[in-house]
Write a protein that binds this ligand. Sequence first.
Ligand code: GLC
Length: 447
Amino acid sequence: MCTIIVFVIIDTRDLTDKMKAVLKMNDRGDYTIPAAHLYEHQWLWDSCFIALGLSTYNVRRAQSEILRLLKGQWSNGMMPNMIFSHNGHADARIWQSKLSPFAPEGIATSGITQPPLLAEAIYKIGQRLKPAERRMWYRKVYPALLSYHTWLYRERDPHHEGLITLIHPWESGLDNSPVWTRAMHDNTIPWWIRLIDRLPLEFIINRIRKDTRFIRSSERSTTLEILVNHHVQQRLRAKAYNSEKILLRSHFQVQDLAFNSILIRNNQLLFKIAQDLRRTIPESLRNSMKMTVDALQELWDPTEGVFFSRNFITHQLIDEPSIMTFMPLYAGIITSHQKDRLVELLKNKHWNTKMPVPSVPTSSGQFSPTRYWQGPTWVNTNWLIIDGLLRCGEKELAKEIAEKTLAVVAHHGSYEYFNPLSGDPLGAQNFSWTAALCLELLSRVGD
Ligand code: GLC
């Protein structure tokens, strides 16, 4: 079974086998780690992407991936971005989720969330089940899903603006995206962090940093970014992860474009799941969901002709071009003028690189082809763009990006990210969401 793919022929059966082998290698029983050594825990949006891939050949295992995520849910509805591999792990001691009265018993987690793709994973798993089984599945997970979306609005939209505010770059999943590094520099960075950053300590710091033990430091966040992120995490912990206290005075407060776009689509899917179960979503949540659709338009900059994230306090748009630019395609509720503009940008040379779509356009002063979310191409954001393009009728462009994505992975393997200028592999090897989303894309080949 071979499909002709732009410039190369991909053996889809071979690629399928290799991608399944990656997921098997990272399987820890009822959850999948993103990659050995570097990421040893269960991550929220990783597991949602992983479940999408698993559901193409093992629905039961996809269900257990999601059920394990739900074990980490807090009693107030919060879904943590990490569930630690074991309670005594050093990372669990850093977070100390037990400080919050809402943290679950007996399972250590972080105290912040990640992009809300849970409904996407739950819905797609449901689509692969027979109607009776599907309803059983939805009935099992619906209360948790509803309580997560309710938590997002209750705790992170205090002014009822319809937009969720994130309090840490790790919540966006796009850690060092220029949008977030700008937010970081807009605030006072503690003097001791600046001092450490200026001293020639790179060698010592790289010995302490776990990530640079496995990956070249030029492919990761800078030491300054890491130190600030850890410092802010400690401040969140000091407030026992209480959103109300945190939002009174917080280093980071960003109405993140990608997160809110993802929320819009996942609200729609939550709605479909509720419909299937003949349940009514509470009115206040329904109102908030509608408000988000309208509020997205406030993030549109008519002069630049793009959407941006916004500072929650100043209400100023953060005019940094990044991969977030295209996430409203996934939201699926933009005007046809806005859609045409985003499609035009995807074809522009600054975005349409050899291996599209870069996390930052080549025209930006922040562009670096190798540094994490500051230029490299990631398969998960490509998947979100492809899915959005397909739903708005841009089949050709979706197919082109999907083919290039599959081709680069078939050639190099399931890497964490890729150099957008050369296609060279970067970051962790055998990375789970790359494998899972290739499987999901392969399941659509011929559509
Ligand atoms: C990095 C990524 C984040 C991901 C995590 C685990 O922190 O920025 O999006 O969830 O790794 O793969």
